[in-house]
Design a protein around this ligand. Sequence first.
Ligand SMILES: CC(=O)N[C@H]1[C@@H](OP(=O)(O)OP(=O)(O)OC[C@H]2O[C@@H](n3ccc(=O)[nH]c3=O)[C@H](O)[C@@H]2O)O[C@H](CO)[C@@H](O)[C@@H]1O
Ligand SMILES: C=C(OP(=O)(O)O)C(=O)O
Length: 418
Amino acid sequence: MQKIVVEGGVALNGEVQISGAKNAVLPILCATLLADGPVTIRNVPHLHDVVTTAKLLGELGAGVVTDGDTVTVDPTTVHSHVAPYELVKTMRASVLVLGPLLAKYGQAEVSLPGGCAIGSRPVDQHIKGLQALGAQISVENGYIKAHRDGRLKGARFVFDVVSVTGTENVLMAAVLAEGTSVLENAAMEPEVVDLADCLNAMGARIEHAGSGRIVVHGVERLHGGSHDVLPDRIETGTFLVAAAMTGGRVTTTRSRADTLDAVLDKLRDAGAQIEVDGERITLDMGGRRPRSVDLTTAPYPAFPTDMQAQFMALNCIAEGAGVINETIFENRFMHVNELLRLGADIRVDGHTAVVRGVGKLSGAPVMATDLRASASLILAGLVAQGETLIDRIYHLDRGYENIEAKLSKLGAKIRRIG
Ligand SMILES: CC(=O)N[C@H]1[C@@H](OP(=O)(O)OP(=O)(O)OC[C@H]2O[C@@H](n3ccc(=O)[nH]c3=O)[C@H](O)[C@@H]2O)O[C@H](CO)[C@@H](O)[C@@H]1O
Ligand SMILES: C=C(OP(=O)(O)O)C(=O)O
């Protein structure tokens, strides 16, 4: 099995180009199922999750052609409506075919995602939202079985909790419903907006995506089209934290600072100087040691759960102590025990972790437990004395495009082995 080896001690310096967002491209690829013709998606990152989604679309019968960072999906040959357990268990985003299959083809059978390393991944809001649009849904043998009699009907639906994939699933179904739908307490994440932009480019009539109240005027059909995926704000944030931790100066290019307000604020609190110039974000730490920051994860525009592990790594070597509250996932502290192996001082009590910065971390073999945990271990490795050997990096390949090559270009001593 492949591993990543990091040798700490180099201040990162230079420019890094940000890839398309994983959490935008996956719903967008699923949305292509709604079209009556081919949809071309550009700025698609090379990620394992993208390959898995392409495989799923292929199993449903769609034609999928990849050319560099462009993927064209022809959904006109879809003949199956089943997303099997084998695929959904490896990638929770597969549940996003539920809304499109139901709305366009009248039926869907999608494996329940169950839980994962970071906690349970319920889909009750997806189901309730689709039922509000008139879908008949049952859960049998581990599968969500959905069908509709006639067209789905536009409705007002209030989410009990803010759910990103829930909003996306119900939104994708509502675009082909008869009449107008109003989705209240909707997720406001930039990835939801990107999905809505793509759907609108295909002929949907969605208003106010990015607010907590999305209005969807249903249309009879969607046509093919094309869309450029927005830059990955979590990848951007991860590189900026790497710069801050190593005392370096890094510019992210093709990035979107307006999607990163909460993260940039915390980096400023940590002592970083940040300049934004169009699609370029420059973080200059000027060789200083970062200060610890307190943070609480919450739905956008608050601090993202997907950046929690990376900031935990930063706090591990920062001046002072920081308190981290995780409110989205009950089990998203799996990186703590691995960071402890590198010499960190972290105490966890329920959803809260108190991290006291230590003068130095020391390299050790560690195990990646989930995607962002893997990133936090690389970050810690970049500042640890000696060698850090990270195992189970397949998690990393789900969501970061070529991270070791991008970090090497910034001067990091990092390589993949095996
Ligand atoms: C709001 C939020 O930060 N969502 C994160 C979540 O999205 P993802 O879409 O995976 O998860 P949701 O946004 O749906 O979940 C948010 C919260 O709602 C709960 N829930 C969700 C759906 C449902 O039907 N019922 C229910 O109770 C979940 O348990 C969780 O506590 O994980 C992704 C991967 O880490 C992140 O990119 C998203 O930023
Ligand atoms: C946990 C993540 O992804 P997923 O929801 O696909 O598991 C993530 O993007 O950090």
